[in-house]
Write a protein that binds this ligand. Structure first.
Ligand code: FCB
Length: 452
């Protein structure tokens, strides 16, 4: 596959202040799972369940980033990246998810952030990329409101410890995934399969977001946002329109509406209450605390079909038609443009960070010092072009982060699915920049008016 987009952006395509970066998440790269006082997380526990993760893989070592972080920051510099989105492992800085901080854990992130600043790279920290301290899970996890209060304390502690150096905060990464893949479908930690619980979890996550916004603002001047995974839902046929609206409500509006408007979408409240009884979710004014940016993770659109027998949504996703990635996800850059322009149309003038976008492909082995990954080059080129078009259409987009800097632990898929613009040999921990990484470097240099 070849890129359909130009590999050089026309001049003035990206506004002043726009930055290109890459993203990672703590559990997916750090390893050192039992070092320097780190507590257990729900992902450590989930990985021990038979059959939960492909090949029985775990995040115990991952990319060993905890020890190799300097080399990884050098890679960011070598690629000319301007911003880095990473996540803080809650159990590394607060092993039981409450009470005293673990000084060694905090020191790790302090060093990381300071080293980013020394390299002229903007540090943007996500507080929760799915690794709840197991002690909090044992106390009820996100199904209890108390966890939201503990999360706010953790947020306040991070603002205190890092608020002078971190330049952007993301409270949660993809609460839809945590709530529904973690608690309804059970394919991600903590592996619960109960829809009513999943709905309560979605609400508590959103409340914890609002509480964390307040806590971060009290201790840091950096912009604060939340990251949602947004998916255009496309009906397969006219008879599937209502099903697509329902899945849009379930995945997109269920999070966008409370955060940006202070209300849950009525059609979905009605749909869920008919099946599960009164929800009675309050604290909407907390959830709707003003944010400085909305983080958008975009990978693919979905094709939706009505399916009465599939409870409780009575809708199902249809297997994607090619071109698809190694995840089986449709490659469709137009979907990103659609998501971005829809946000402006339905929710008004928002500042947007594209906090993740990228693709897994089965890469070839390294030859001559690089890994040729033409499909990923095409994916990035086409999606960045979609961002450029959305900006030209008036959408206020300020960041773009490729997912991911490194091949890493892709959750229940283990190490099989590779999203990196830098390849990792998990036997030797050797990093090899892929063609897509080189392409991205040259593209950014071109935008900045340097030699490409
Ligand atoms: C997103 C996650 C990220 C990674 C990508 C492929 O849902 O935020 O950690 O797994 O998908």
């Amino acid at each position: 596959m070849t890129a359909t987009a130009p590999s050089r952006a026309p001049e003035g395509s990206f506004p002043t202040g726009f930055r290109f970066g890459a993203a990672t998440a703590a559990y997916q790269i750090e390893g050192a799972a039992r070092e320097d006082g780190r507590g257990e997380s729900i992902w450590d526990r989930f990985c021990t369940l038979p059959g939960a993760v492909a090949n029985g893989d775990t995040g115990d070592v991952a990319c060993d980033h905890y020890h190799r972080w300097e080399e990884d920051l050098d890679l960011l510099s070598a690629l000319g990246l301007e911003s880095y989105r990473f996540s803080i492992a809650w159990p590394r800085v607060q092993p039981d998810g409450r009470g005293a901080l673990n000084a060694k854990g905090v020191a790790f992130y302090r060093r990381l952030v300071e080293a980013l600043l020394e390299r002229g790279i903007e540090p943007v920290a996500t507080l929760y990329h799915w690794d709840l301290p197991q002690a909090r899970q044992l106390a009820g996890g996100w199904a209890v409101r108390e966890t939201a209060s503990y999360f706010a304390e953790y947020a306040a502690a991070m603002a205190g410890a890092l608020g002078d150096v971190v330049e952007g905060w993301v409270t949660h990464n993809e609460p839809w995934v945590v709530a529904f893949l973690g608690h309804a479908h059970g394919v991600k930690a903590p592996g619960v399969r109960d829809w009513r619980t999943a709905l309560t979890v979605s609400h508590n996550l959103l409340v914890s977001h609002g509480l964390a916004v307040d806590a971060l603002r009290a201790g840091s001047d950096a912009p604060v946002g939340i990251t949602l995974n947004l998916t255009p839902m496309r009906p397969v046929a006219p008879k599937d329109v209502a099903a697509a609206v329902r899945l849009d409500g379930h995945q997109n509006r269920w999070f966008l509406d409370p955060v940006l408007r202070g209300t849950y979408p009525e059609d979905m409240v009605e749909h869920y209450e008919r099946r599960f009884g009164t929800l009675g979710f309050g604290e909407l004014e907390v959830i709707a605390r003003p944010i400085d940016f909305l983080g958008v993770n975009y990978y693919n659109p979905a094709a939706v079909r009505a399916a009465r027998r599939v409870a409780p949504l009575e809708a199902e996703l249809v297997t994607a038609r090619p071109p698809t990635t190694a995840m089986g996800w449709t490659v469709d850059a137009e979907g990103l443009h659609e998501v971005l322009t829809r946000l402006r149309r339905d929710y008004g003038d928002l500042t947007i960070y594209i906090t993740e976008n990228g693709a897994a492909f089965d890469d070839e082995r390294a030859t001559d010092g690089t890994i040729e990954d033409p499909s990923r080059v095409a994916y990035l080129a086409d999606h960045i072009e979609a961002v450029r078009r959305a900006i030209a259409d008036g959408v206020d987009i300020r960041r773009y982060y490729a997912w991911s800097l490194l091949d890493n632990f892709e959750w229940e898929h283990g190490y099989e699915k590779r999203f990196g613009i830098v390849g990792v040999d998990f036997g030797t921990q050797v990093r090899t920049v892929k063609r897509s990484g080189l392409w991205y470097r040259d593209y950014i240099a071109g935008v900045r008016g340097g030699a490409a």
